[in-house]
Ligand binder design. Structure first.
Ligand code: NAD
Length: 236
């Protein structure tokens, strides 16, 4: 869901000179490889992997060549080895703790989602500025004050934060998160935040994805143009 655009602080090239579009496809390959492994398939062809990921086999082979992962002609890739190579490249060999900044509707929902653990991410803390929320529970986590963020980051060695605050508060929350020691932010607020060099921000925007989905769906099925009320202006 994160935008495919380069990280706001990035130069358009990913880690070790690998282009960002290639990096952004690697998690897709990894998920598919994990699924093949679960299905008991030790070797997978580039065609099979590409089909499952909805990409072309030539693109997939070129992407994987950046990792020096070469399949054996006529045989394919060893599922576990390739998954390991991608995990290693993405730095996913060790579990990562994350903190949620802003515990409203979205932050609470994300805090209660158990599925991040399957991807190696553990929500270790949740913080907010609202005194009415501080001290309340989100699952087994107690909401703590953003004033405690530097200590939380240090105690748990957290580098990643989910920013789930209103748009008007996003820049201040990002600044405080970075001052507290976070190095990467997943920003859900519908606004861009400025960050210093070396800090990575990825923006998640479901509304934008819906707009694109509506566009492409209509382009494929022009007869499905909805009738009814014209759209109303929304309020962010
Ligand atoms: P909400 O109002 O329910 O919750 C926001 C929380 O942030 C509140 O608890 C508030 O006290 C807290 N907060 C405010 N300033 C803060 C600060 N400086 N530091 C820490 N916490 C702070 O809002 P919501 O519905 O949960 O939405 C959160 C954000 O996510 C909004 O920006 C919303 O537009 C966005 N959103 C994005 C998507 C998406 O697809 N990207 C989807 C839904 C919501």
């Amino acid at each position: 869901m994160a935008t495919d655009a380069p990280s706001q602080a990035g130069s358009g090239r990913g880690t070790a000179g690998v282009p960002d579009p290639v990096v952004s496809r690697l998690p897709l390959y990894l998920n598919a490889l994990d699924a093949f492994a679960l299905e008991g398939q030790p070797v997978v062809s580039s065609d099979e992997l590409a089909t499952r990921c909805g990409t072309g086999a030539a693109i997939l082979r070129r992407d994987l060549s950046y990792l020096s992962a070469s399949g054996r002609r006529g045989i394919g890739y060893r599922t576990a080895d390739l998954a390991e190579a991608i995990r290693s490249f993405l730095g996913l060999n060790t579990r990562r703790d994350v903190v949620i900044v802003g515990v409203g509707r979205l932050g609470s929902a994300l805090a209660g989602y158990p599925g991040f653990g399957d991807f190696g991410f553990d929500v270790r803390a949740v913080v907010d500025v609202d005194p009415a929320k501080i001290g309340t529970q989100r699952g087994n986590l107690t909401v703590r004050s953003t004033a405690e963020l530097p200590a939380i980051v240090e105690d748990f060695g957290i580098t990643l934060g989910l920013l789930t605050v209103p748009a008007h508060a996003a820049q201040a929350a990002a600044d405080h998160s970075i001052d507290s020691g976070l190095l990467g932010l997943l920003n859900f607020a519908p606004t861009l935040v400025s960050v210093p060099a070396g800090i990575t921000v990825r923006n998640v925007d479901v509304a934008r994805e819906l707009q694109l989905l509506a566009f492409y769906t209509l382009a494929a099925h022009p007869q499905a143009e909805p009738e009814g009320e014209p759209r109303r202006e929304g309020v962010l």
